[in-house]
Design a protein around this ligand. Sequence first.
Ligand code: HSE
Length: 332
Amino acid sequence: MNLIKKYYTPSNTPLGEGGGEGGRAKKSVSVLSPATVANVVCGFDILGFALNNPNDEVTISLSDEVGVQIINQDDFDLPTDPEKNVSGAALLAMLEECPDVKGFTLISKKHIKPGSGIGSSAASAAGPVVAANYLLGNRFSKEDLVRFAMFGEKVASGVKHADNIAPAIYGGVTLIRSIFPLDIIAIDAPELYVTVVHPQIEVRTADARKILKQNILLKDAIKQWGNIAGLVAGLIKHDYELIGRSLEDVIIEPVRSILIPGFNEVKSKCKEAGALGGGISGSGPSIFMLSKDEATAKAVEKEMSNIYERIGLDYQTHLTTINQEGVKLVSS
Ligand code: HSE
């Protein structure tokens, strides 16, 4: 397990360069903000990992106007009122703690479709705060950035949760032991290939949370605790078999999977094709599967495609790996 560095510098940028401590002030910063898989089957609201693909493109610059100006350069028609916009809400929370800064201008080009289940809102919240922090000389810790970004997540789903935001900012696999106060643990996972299928329906996280049971049976809780502990142990021990048999959710999946056409078939066929296991990505409708090697991940992608071709539902697949660095600086 890694202890987390307190002060954040995008990992591909040496300290002191650009916006880094002691460096020249920069006018604008562009980053790639990654998609993420939250829950990781049994860890509802407490586990997540970042993906190398897809990413949103975000550019931030300092503004002389008070507040946050949002320029959307995509077809998603997201609100430009910062209080109703995920990125805007996150940046406004940051501005509250920056009395010396008037405002930011944000240019957002999203590639992660909202409502896809692969952390579109978290990418919208995490990218801007990491970029803005860099612009301000990295004055905030990663933990602070998660705290700001959660204001964005609240706009999207009605509640603050960090299981997409933390991996988007820290990279890798993260465990969120607590959000009040924040306690985020980076988990040193083995190499894993991730195959994602996004059936082209939209599931709003807020709706997918409303349908969940508020009370659970003790016997189900015990099973879930065993699986979460097994999954975390399996990741740390790089024990693929243990990871595979811990990827079981007896609480959330039985309720939410009903919203996803083909879910049970995708799961069973992908496991037959050699996947370690998988399930609903975040609140869905995307489904993710973990594999030990690329050939298996490709076979899994083929199974996913076959199923949605047969069902006659449009879909998109991603075959990728775990992003270890989180939001990535691309230019400043
Ligand atoms: N943990 C959240 C949920 C993730 O499942 O509602 C949303 O992407």
